[in-house]
Each structure stands twice: as structure tokens, then as C-alpha cells.
Design a protein. Structure first.
Length: 359
């Protein structure tokens, strides 16, 4: 069997996978391995060609949105210095089409977390609750196969960096809402979710029960979709916009996290001491237009990467809103857990009569 090739002009695989959209892909040999929905995939880029697992051609092309008119999209960006710099820096970066449940659950877990921590959480959830899939893409490039079920232990064989010999690797699918709905908050906390465990569990149960149909939400307008997503525990405007952009392909959606807020205030409102969130959102909606989501992703990746290379911390402790606060993340989670526990205790003290009500 031979690997399948795909024409991929105007595409940078490595940059796209490292741009803060997805968090589970791993570098293996000359390419990357990961799961697209239930399917394990190996992807390797050589110039304007992608080499992928046999049988995954259409899946990979759709996932990486190779049909998006990238030249037209980038041509629609505002003509200003910071946007022009970001456009040149991020050439070939595309918005990935993610599975809806996986995207929603992952960004619920992202709250107040650094990118590295989100990757750890994603992998922990996959290894504990997801299905194991084996990719055997050696000399014969055989189709990836299942090697177990939820909770199975990961395993892998040696990797040949040159790509000349057998590359066997195990990846894990993202657990379904039905699987997570059967878990407990304690089990989810063991995956380093902290206080987010309760939000993820509650959301999984809502989706698993059929109370909310994520696929049916595709028919909603942008305003209604954002409102619907914000009904889920742990989902605010920023997370909702991420899910709209990455899972529902609403390319106007403009998530404003700590990096974007910083860029907007420093570059577009340099003389304003204070800019309220409502004004930032209104500005982004009108200024960046139809493909604002792409503009946001380019600004985000450029800012995060450029600041990191310049020696600045990836997630500055001075940036206090959104996910990505620096410092000891587990310590921050413990402090938040203590505060939540105290609030619950106070509520119990304030309402002692409730326990005396006959059942």
C-alpha cells in the first residue's frame, strides 16, 4: 500500500497545528500523528504536498480547510502595520474544522490555562477515556486500526526520524460526551482539570442526554449560536467565539483572549487608558469584517510567538483575563477550589433551615 498525497498550496502544517487551535497532535518522524474524530491519521508535508495515511485524503483535506480561499481571505484583512506583519508571519496558517463536541469540551478545559497545560489535559482525557488507535505507517503504510477501548494503556514503537522504516504509533480519540457523562468529577480532576471538571461533566451530561444537539445548532444565527453555547457551564463569550470559529466555521467570530486584548489595546487604542470589552468587540466586528476569525488567529499566533521569542513569558501574569495566566497553574486551581468550597460552606450556614424541611 502507498500513502495518499494531497495538493496543499498556501498551507503550513506545522504552524497551523501549533497555533493554539488544537492540542493533541504529536510530532513523529517527518510528520504528525493525531486523531480526526474517530480516525487516527499521519500527516507529513513536503513543500506544497501533504502525504497522509491511506484512505484519509478527503478527511484530512476537509479538516485542514484546504478549500478555504486563503488568498482572498488574507486580501480582506485591514491594511495596517500590525495586521500586515501578522499576515506575512502567518502565511499558510488555516482555521481547522474541528469536531464540535471535541472543540467545545477542549475549550471548556482551557479556561485560565497555558497552552502546554491544555495539551496535558487533552492527552490525559484521551488516554483515560478515549479509544486507542494504532497507526502502522511503515513500509506498507497500512490503514490505522483500533487497539483497545476507553481506559486502555498507550503504547508505541520506535520511530525512524528519516521516515525510511516502520513507524508504529498509538493515538487516542477524544472521549464522547456519553463516556464522560458516566464519569465522576473526581475522575476528571485526576486529569488535571481542577474546578473545570464540574463544568465539563455537567456539559457532557447535557449533550449526552440530548438536551442540546450540537449538530442542530449549526442552523442557528451567529447571535443565537453564541447565546446557546454560553448556556453551557464554563462557557463565556470568549470560549463561545472559539467554538464558533473552530467548530462551526463562523469565520467572523473574533475570540478576545489575553493576547488579543493586549494587541488591540496597544496597537489600535494606544492613547486610551481604558477600553471596555464592549467597545473592543464592536471594533473587531466592524474593523476586521467577514474573515475576522482568520485575522484574529493571525494576530494571536504572531503575538504569542513573537513575544515568546523576544524573551517575554508565554503567558504574562499581568494579563489577567481569559485562559493563559502564568505561574503555577495547579496552585491557582487549588486557590480557586478553596474559594468555591468556602462559598458553598457560607451558603450552607446562611440556609440551615433547608435541611430541616421534611422530604
Amino acid at each position: 500500500m502507498k500513502r495518499t498525497t494531497i495538493a496543499a498550496p498556501d498551507f503550513d502544517l506545522a504552524m497551523t497545528l501549533d497555533s493554539g487551535q488544537v492540542f493533541h497532535w504529536e510530532k513523529v518522524g517527518n510528520g504528525f500523528v493525531g486523531a480526526i474524530g474517530e480516525e487516527p491519521v499521519y500527516v507529513e508535508q513536503r513543500g506544497k504536498i501533504l502525504r497522509v495515511s491511506r484512505g484519509a485524503r478527503e478527511l484530512v483535506g476537509n479538516y485542514f480547510a484546504l478549500d478555504h480561499p486563503l488568498a482572498e481571505i488574507c486580501g480582506s484583512f485591514p491594511d495596517d502595520p500590525i495586521m500586515n506583519t501578522a499576515r506575512k508571519f502567518c502565511r499558510g496558517l488555516r482555521i481547522i474544522r474541528q469536531p464540535k463536541w471535541e472543540c467545545l469540551a477542549t475549550f471548556i478545559c482551557s479556561s485560565m490555562k497555558q497552552v502546554a497545560h491544555i495539551r496535558q489535559i487533552s492527552q490525559a482525557l484521551r488516554k483515560r477515556f478515549g479509544d486507542r488507535r494504532k497507526i502502522d505507517n511503515g513500509a506498507g503504510w497500512s490503514r490505522a486500526t483500533s487497539t483497545g477501548g476507553p481506559g486502555s494503556r498507550p503504547g508505541r514503537s520506535a520511530v525512524d526520524a528519516t521516515g525510511g522504516e516502520s513507524i508504529n504509533h498509538v493515538v487516542h480519540t477524544f472521549p464522547s460526551p456519553q463516556w464522560l457523562a458516566q464519569s465522576s468529577e473526581r475522575e476528571l480532576r485526576e486529569c488535571a482539570l481542577g474546578y473545570r471538571a464540574g463544568n465539563l461533566l455537567a456539559t457532557a451530561r447535557l449533550v449526552a442526554s440530548g438536551a442540546t444537539d450540537l449538530e442542530a445548532c449549526s442552523l442557528l444565527s451567529d447571535v443565537d449560536l453564541r447565546e446557546k453555547l454560553c448556556d453551557f457551564p464554563g462557557v463565556g463569550t470568549k470560549v463561545a467565539n472559539c467554538v464558533m470559529l473552530f467548530a462551526y466555521e463562523r469565520l467572523r467570530a473574533f475570540p478576545i483572549d489575553v493576547w488579543i486584548e493586549r494587541v488591540l489595546k496597544e496597537k489600535y487604542f494606544p492613547r486610551k487608558r481604558k477600553v471596555v470589552p464592549q467597545r473592543l468587540r464592536a471594533f473587531c466586528e466592524s474593523y476586521f469584517g467577514e474573515y475576522g476569525g482568520y485575522a484574529q488567529q493571525y494576530l494571536f499566533h504572531h503575538a504569542r510567538t513573537a513575544l515568546h521569542k523576544s524573551g517575554a513569558a508565554r503567558d504574562s501574569s499581568r494579563l489577567r483575563h481569559g485562559y493563559g495566566v502564568a505561574g503555577d497553574s495547579s496552585r491557582n486551581d487549588k486557590k480557586r477550589d478553596v474559594r468555591m468550597s468556602r462559598r458553598r460552606s457560607k451558603n450552607k450556614v446562611k440556609r440551615p433551615h433547608l435541611s430541616a424541611v421534611p422530604q
